[in-house]
Design a protein. Structure first.
Length: 255
């Protein structure tokens, strides 16, 4: 379950490359783009510029380099040429990248054009909740500490945490043990040890936490039609804390 230092170095290299993908997305004007156009851009960047592999392609029969989840889509949204991003939308892009046999996983929710204050607030609180979880990671802490920190921040701000999906261990495989729940009780669950590597990826809903999967078998939406946001990083437990392996250029943890 723990990774050797040389393995973490390889995971960090994959994470560094994946961060570059998000840096490129940050430069886009998403208004008027289809989610398929974004997918094609990301696929081309990973393969031809970064000389890596989009790890989601072929995983569980999935055909694309990313998940694109706008507005009330919670996760696993499938890119489409007819899914056009418009001013006022929020959209999460979830991307995995494999280099030298090791996989990094990260996601970010983007604000498209002029976004309403309630939507902006949801995205901001979701980002803060991710970092509350990250800040709870250290040797001797538990996964319950991580989940509790995330859920407490979301609930204090009037939001709900999706429980059907969670973070996960990661390495040579995209999904490894342990499961990383985004809720929990302090001092319960698996005790963290140096060398563990996993994702933290809370999905936070404006309304109720209930979700359902659409007929395509992939796309998960909120049952009440309200907005959902998500952020994700891949992290490693260090000797005295945590290292974010997918940290983006200029990214700083919120206060």
């Amino acid at each position: 379950m723990t990774k050797r230092p040389e393995e973490i170095a390889l995971l960090a290299e994959s994470g560094r490359l994946l961060a570059q993908v998000f840096d490129r997305l940050d430069q886009l004007n998403l208004i008027g783009m289809s989610t398929m156009q974004v997918n094609e851009l990301v696929d081309d960047l990973i393969v031809h510029e970064l000389h890596a592999r989009p790890a989601s392609k072929g995983q569980y029969g999935y055909a694309y380099a990313l998940n694109a989840s706008p507005n009330n889509v919670v996760c696993h949204g499938v890119p489409s040429p007819t899914d056009i991003l418009r001013s006022g939308d929020i959209v999460n892009f979830d991307i995995t990248l494999e280099k030298n046999g090791y996989i990094a996983d990260s996601s970010k929710t983007y604000l498209v054009g002029e976004v309403s204050q309630p939507a902006r607030r949801l995205v901001q609180i979701t980002y803060e909740a991710l970092w509350k979880g990250i800040q709870a990671v250290r040797p001797g802490a538990t996964l319950g500490d991580v989940g509790h920190a995330i859920e407490r921040h979301a609930r204090r701000n009037g939001y709900s945490i999706v429980r059907e999906y969670c973070g996960h261990g990661i390495g040579r495989e995209m999904h490894e043990e342990p499961q990383v729940l985004h809720w929990g009780k302090p001092r319960t669950g698996l005790t963290l040890r140096e060398g563990m590597v996993f994702t933290i990826e809370p999905m936070v809903n404006q309304g109720r936490r209930a979700v359902q999967t659409e007929d395509d078998g992939w796309t998960v939406v909120t049952c009440d039609g309200q907005l959902s946001a998500q952020f994700e990083h891949t992290v490693a437990v260090t000797g005295n804390g945590v290292r974010v392996l997918t940290l983006r250029c200029g990214e700083r943890r919120p206060h």
